[in-house]
Design a protein around this ligand. Sequence first.
Ligand SMILES: C[S@@+](CC[C@H](N)C(=O)[O-])C[C@H]1O[C@@H](n2cnc3c(N)ncnc32)[C@H](O)[C@@H]1O
Length: 320
Amino acid sequence: METFAEFQRRRNSGFYSSKGGRIYSSFRTFAHSLKFAEANAVEFARRAPRKGKLRVYEIGVGDGKFALNFLRALRKADEKVAERTTYILWDFSEKGVELASGKLEGFDFETVAAPAWDWKKMRGATCVKCSELLDDLPTRMLVRRGMHVMEIVREGDEFREVDARVEGETALFMEGMPEGYWVPVPEIGLECILGWKGKLAPGGWIDIFDYGFADAEGMRMLPRNGWNASIWREFSGQVTVDVNFQFLKRCAGGRIEAQKDYVERALGKDLWEVDAGKLDYYSYEEVKKNWKKLEAGGYDINILLSGGESSDYLHMEISK
Ligand SMILES: C[S@@+](CC[C@H](N)C(=O)[O-])C[C@H]1O[C@@H](n2cnc3c(N)ncnc32)[C@H](O)[C@@H]1O
């Protein structure tokens, strides 16, 4: 028997160590979106302290495309800020770090091959960011049954519930959760965030990009079985879990917004989130230009343009 968090940890360390570098280009994330990277660069240039060296830590770098697009966009956004910036590629996979490093020739960068929770290796961080890392980290799965909190455990190929040991914020948080719903509680994600927060330089901040939920309302709108079946998923053996931003905010503070709002605000224009083979943000003109492709991919353009498509991608920002 293993807890859900142990099950996720076992599966994901197996997933990342078995396939070497090949997996990193197969993620369907926003890491390849030029607008996403540009928004991040513009925001960084706007907020970065006016003097001194700047250190940007990216944790869980994948194939390094987000890093490369960010650094290129930063040179365009503010050359002086770019010149003062050192980019730190951080991943628990040495292969991943090596692959990402190969893309950053001509930029000032360092590498760290270590787990996300090894925050003692961090120093003077202007910005710590991650995109689709937290959904990968071992996450507790809890469920409230009356006055009791139960832990989801895996036995063979089945899940069952056993009495959970919960204390502190986790216990308080679970009191407010609807009964019978599987609730991911990212205690390890929180530990990482608090560790990183302690390593921020004055004026520094953390940017977390991931999919998940910011309040229990979405939960209550779905029947229990639907929610419980969709809160986690398996992809080629890898196990990912929707990020419980509500819990993270309650314990670490910060601010949550839709990732799309963040990109729109930074770039100063209306955008539409699309999944057209790759996840990206399209302008109105791009939606019109790719109309046929989007319809072939299952989009109703009128619904898309009227903002009727929902999205679970969120941005959380935590300042020092
Ligand atoms: C789903 S991929 C996302 C990659 C990239 N950020 C993107 O958005 O495409 C998760 C990344 O986090 C790394 N990762 C997963 N668990 C980690 C951990 N415990 N510590 C450090 N890196 C981890 C993986 O090696 C991979 O590069």
